[in-house]
Design a protein around this ligand. Structure first.
Ligand SMILES: [Zn+2]
Length: 286
């Protein structure tokens, strides 16, 4: 279970943090991720969790697609206003490269010749869609640039995933947003703190989100405003999958059922398999 904590600093800066190890480990298990895929997807899921907490309604949800044209292919992450995240990645088994500083080459695997698109459904009848170019493919910088460029929201984002072979041993992220009336002196102090925020996976190793916030912002006037659970959970179900099988068309679906003995649909987000025999397919098209 991951815990997300929010705080207000000096009455003029919003800080959200999440300790997300369990979310990353669930993604590794479902998608059989290579280490570099786990780092990239884990960072993206951590950011989606932070963004989902901003929704006012439980049914609100967002989808973020990172399409860097690198070996990992498209990474898709979703979050709702009820503390759930899920994700999908095109090429989960991509071989891991190490940079000269010993870190995983996440930017190289994601690629940076592409876009980050965020789609938000907040019950308006039409989704809000924002797109920005990728800066580095390292995920945190890409989201920070997206907020500044597409949502006119200057902010700092730092995300980290630490791995021990094929398990995540620590992961987390911090998202810092300055309110419009924030004094320049506070902005300068917060920026100094943000520069010191590296090696995020170590910061969250054995520490809660609240402890990480207090570690960095303990010198400031700090008020913890809320803490909430976030988990990796898919909302697929028979009704959604029925619609996918129907979209094949009756002839195609029956042909697959006859050739294979059944129609099988596997959910990309959780790996759950739904099977339909010929009789079940016929029933769908009645
Ligand atoms: Zn699913």
């Amino acid at each position: 279970m991951a815990i997300l904590t929010k705080a207000i600093v000096e009455n003029s800066v919003v800080v959200s943090a999440i300790e997300s190890k369990d979310i990353v480990n669930r993604a590794i298990k479902i998608h059989d991720l290579s280490p570099v895929a786990a780092a990239a997807m884990g960072r993206a899921l951590t950011m989606a969790a932070l963004m989902g907490k901003e929704f006012k309604n439980k049914d609100d949800y967002l989808t973020a697609v990172i399409d860097g044209k690198g070996p990992l292919g498209k990474i898709t992450v979703c979050a709702d206003g009820d503390g759930h995240v899920k994700g999908d990645i095109e090429n989960p088994a991509v071989e891991t490269a190490i940079k000269s500083n010993g870190h995983l080459d996440v930017g190289g695997a994601v690629g940076c010749d592409g876009t980050l698109t965020v789609i938000k459904n907040i019950g308006l009848g039409h989704p809000y869609v924002g797109t920005s170019r990728l800066v580095s493919g390292e995920i945190a910088q890409d989201f920070a640039y997206y907020f500044a460029d597409s949502e006119q929201q200057p902010c700092g984002v730092t995300l980290g995933v630490g791995l021990n072979k094929l398990r995540c041993k620590s992961a987390g992220g911090v998202w810092v947003r300055v309110m419009p009336d924030c004094p320049q002196e506070i902005i300068d102090r917060v920026e100094t703190v943000m520069y010191a925020m590296d090696e995020m996976s170590y910061q969250f190793d054995g520490s809660t989100a609240e402890q990480v916030i207090r570690r960095f912002f303990g010198e400031f006037d700090l008020v913890i405003t809320e803490s909430a659970e976030v988990s990796y959970k898919c909302n697929c179900g028979k009704r959604k999958i029925d619609a996918i099988v129907r979209s094949l068309g009756k002839d195609e679906a029956l042909q697959i059922a006859d050739e294979m003995g059944f129609v099988e649909v596997c959910c990309h987000f959780c790996g759950k398999k739904y099977t339909y025999d010929r009789q079940a397919v016929e029933k769908l098209f009645k």
